[in-house]
Write a protein that binds this ligand. Structure first.
Ligand SMILES: C[S@@+](CC[C@H](N)C(=O)[O-])C[C@H]1O[C@@H](n2cnc3c(N)ncnc32)[C@H](O)[C@@H]1O
Length: 248
């Protein structure tokens, strides 16, 4: 029977199975680009002169934390994921490398208990491909709800480059070579094949940018390395009615 690949329980199972090999494979899949992209996707953020609160959605095992803490050192970092497997490694990383200062939450972002109007920054790297449009709509609404007015967000995802040659090479690499590497590195070839299926369906972050804009956020599309990754960043703007009240 064809299962629903966007069912959160199915996605959680997938990441639980991949958790033992994810970090190594992830590094290889992007030829180390993922580290650079995780730094680049935070470039629009500026550290204000007060301590900020950040939430890293779909945090995995904490692959973005170094870049985030380097960019915004004066911060409280709260991270969220629903996979026990990924969070087990995240917890270890927090203990061994971050002085146990990262606050870990195990929740489904689509059905979360996060406070409203609370966070200065929302970050999310390589997590949205496993969401369909309806789920992206929920994600946009939740991002708007939890951010403070003026708060900023940035999302990045592996994408299909628009250049046909690059696209074929990248597709061959992600869809065929990575699952083999997955097997060689005692990972899970079937699960890594699934990741390519998600990327294939996701295409790029243009649609997600539109969904975030329609939700009332100010969102800008961005492409990294010829579209091999794309994303969007922006701000929760002051609603018009409030902005005009302030000027009167
Ligand atoms: C591809 S990993 C990305 C990890 C990390 N952010 C990185 O930069 O590599 C996606 C993560 O999103 C989590 N995830 C997917 N859907 C989720 C949901 N609805 N709620 C919470 N976590 C979710 C998975 O468990 C997985 O750890």
């Amino acid at each position: 029977m064809e299962h629903n690949i966007y069912n959160p329980e199915y996605v959680k199972g997938l990441f639980n199975k991949m958790s033992s090999s994810y970090e190594r494979i992830n590094f290889i899949t992007s030829f180390g680009f993922s580290i650079r992209w995780r730094r680049q996707f935070l470039e629009t953020f500026k550290q204000p002169n007060h301590k900020v609160t950040i939430i890293d959605m779909l945090t995995g095992m904490g692959e973005t934390w170094n870049a985030t803490k380097n960019k915004l050192p004066n911060s409280t970092l709260i991270v969220l994921d629903f996979s026990d497997g990924m969070l087990k490694y995240a917890k270890k990383k927090s203990e061994t490398k971050f002085n146990n200062e990262i606050i870990l939450l195990q929740q489904d972002i689509l059905n979360n208990e996060l406070p409203s109007n609370h966070y200065d920054f929302v970050t999310c790297a390589f997590g949205i491909k496993t969401f369909n449009d309806e789920q992206l709509n929920i994600l946009a609404e939740e991002t708007k709800r939890i951010l403070r007015t003026g708060g900023q967000f940035s999302f990045i995802e592996i994408s299909k480059p628009s250049n046909r040659i690059l696209n074929s090479l990248y597709g061959f690499y992600l869809g065929k070579i990575i699952p083999i590497l997955g097997r060689l590195l005692l990972g899970n070839p079937e699960e890594y094949k699934m990741l390519w299926q998600y990327t294939n369906k996701f295409d790029n972050a243009k649609k997600a940018t539109e969904i975030f804009t329609n939700a009332g956020l100010q969102a800008n599309f961005i492409s990294y390395f010829y579209g091999c990754a794309t994303g969007f960043y922006g701000t929760k703007i002051i609603p018009h009615s409030l902005a005009s009240c302030k000027t009167h």
